[in-house]
Design a protein around this ligand. Structure first.
Ligand code: FAD
Length: 377
């Protein structure tokens, strides 16, 4: 299957897997129980040079593409899918600046994001504006001399540690995106860490903007709401591809554990792997994980090589890979039997994390809305 990747990408993949095995995997349980914070883990990623993969070299990054980012996210998710979600949020802001930022915004922010001095967060959603993000109620008032933001954003991954927050707001009846110098700030109230059953290593909170001043040059240039919708789409296409990669990491990890358990657990005088009912689960799991991986790599490849197809393949990859993660991490729990119900079992966490990948960066249903649009129906 690796014929899809160049020798350089294979070497990077090996390096990513080694880094994750040595530095992140030993923390997997502590990250899930929040004894180690995602901020501490992001510091490890920064030290390893993994927060600027897609930042151009001229801004201190590695100048790599979406496929290399996806390889890293997949490796990372094998140890901590929540951390891969934190990664997706950081890189979604990088994508926004790479694609739509002014020269000033690029030189002000990209090198600091690549070094990890600034962590990015994406604050698009609100209580009444989830899938329908155009319904945001956060307001931006002002003009070319500066802006004032007011409103409440919810479920913001990296919100507590973000040095730069991409905020979607309404200016009159038009949508606009602002790059807001982040927390701590006296004009941004940071909510407590949200409890959630999965992806706990992605620290998530509400952010309330109280007459928050934003300089004029921190508004992303846009001539119309349609152009802003294109900017949101571009950000989500990248982050949903990264989430698809995280789902592949979850699925592959679940397969490794359930095959091993099936080989060693004995019932009726033989390993349960001898039963056809178990064999077929594992066979389906291996096929669908590989299919999800190839679709995710295809999406990431089109980001640079066939941009016109990126939206379609990103939606396909997110829809399919997250379903594979949810279904087969559930089957892994089934293969583990009672042991699968225990928090000490590795598949229990994978099952909790796998389900949640279907919800953010566009739910599965919304990916189908994208796909029917791509079909022109
Ligand atoms: C772990 C986690 C992390 C998150 N991180 C962030 C973040 O960093 N930044 C951020 O801005 N947001 C974040 N979110 C919010 C996320 O973007 C929203 O949860 C998501 O967009 C869905 O919105 P909602 O939850 O309001 O669901 P709703 O939009 O209320 O949808 C409810 C249900 O209705 C379905 N539905 C809605 N519209 C349609 C339709 N047109 N056709 C068919 N079905 C439809 C949905 O698929 C879903 O099943 C996060 C959420 C979670 C759970």
């Amino acid at each position: 299957m690796n014929t899809f990747l160049s020798s350089g990408q294979l070497a990077l993949q090996e390096q990513y897997l080694k880094f994750v095995a040595e530095q992140i995997a030993p923390l997997a349980m502590a990250l899930d129980t929040e004894q180690v914070s995602s901020k501490e883990a992001m510091t490890l990623l920064a030290k390893g040079g993994y927060l600027g993969l897609t930042v151009p070299r001229e801004y201190g990054g590695q100048g790599l593409g979406a496929l290399e980012l996806v390889l890293f996210a997949e490796a990372l998710a094998s140890a901590s899918a929540g951390l891969a979600l934190a990664l997706a949020s950081h890189y979604s802001v990088i994508e926004l600046i790479n694609k739509f930022g002014s020269d000033t915004q690029k030189s002000r922010y990209l090198s600091q994001m690549a070094s990890g001095d600034l962590i990015g967060a994406q604050a698009f959603g609100e209580e009444m504006a989830g899938s329908d993000y155009k319904a945001v109620q956060t307001t931006a008032s002002g003009d070319s001399s500066g802006w004032i933001l007011s409103g409440e954003k919810t479920w913001v991954v990296n919100g507590q540690m973000a040095g730069l927050v991409a905020v979607l707001a309404k200016s009159g009846s038009d949508l606009a995106i602002f790059l807001v110098d982040g927390t701590p700030s006296s004009n941004i109230v940071v909510g407590p860490n949200k409890a959630k059953f999965g992806l706990r290593s992605a620290a998530t909170c509400d952010l309330t903007f109280k007459d928050c001043k934003v300089s004029a040059e921190n508004k992303l240039a846009s001539a119309s709401t349609a152009e802003v919708e294109g900017q949101v789409d571009a950000v989500l296409n990248l982050s949903k591809t990264v989430v698809a990669a995280a789902a592949v990491g979850i699925a592959e990890e679940a397969l490794k554990f359930s095959a091993e358990h099936a080989r060693t657990r004995e019932q009726f005088g033989q390993p349960i792997s001898k039963f056809q009912g178990i064999q077929w689960k594992l066979a389906d799991h291996s096929v669908e994980s590989q299919a999800a991986r190839l679709l995710t790599y295809r999406a990431a490849w089109s980001h640079g090589e066939e941009p016109g197809d990126f939206r379609k393949f990103a939606a396909m990859a997110k829809l399919f890979a997250t379903k594979v993660a949810r279904v087969h991490s559930g089957e892994a729990v089934q293969i583990f039997g009672m042991l699968g119900a225990s928090p000490d079992s590795p598949v229990e966490r994978l099952f909790r994390d796998g389900k949640l990948t279907e919800v953010f960066e566009g739910t599965s249903e919304l990916q189908k809305v994208v796909l029917k649009e791509e079909l022109g129906v």
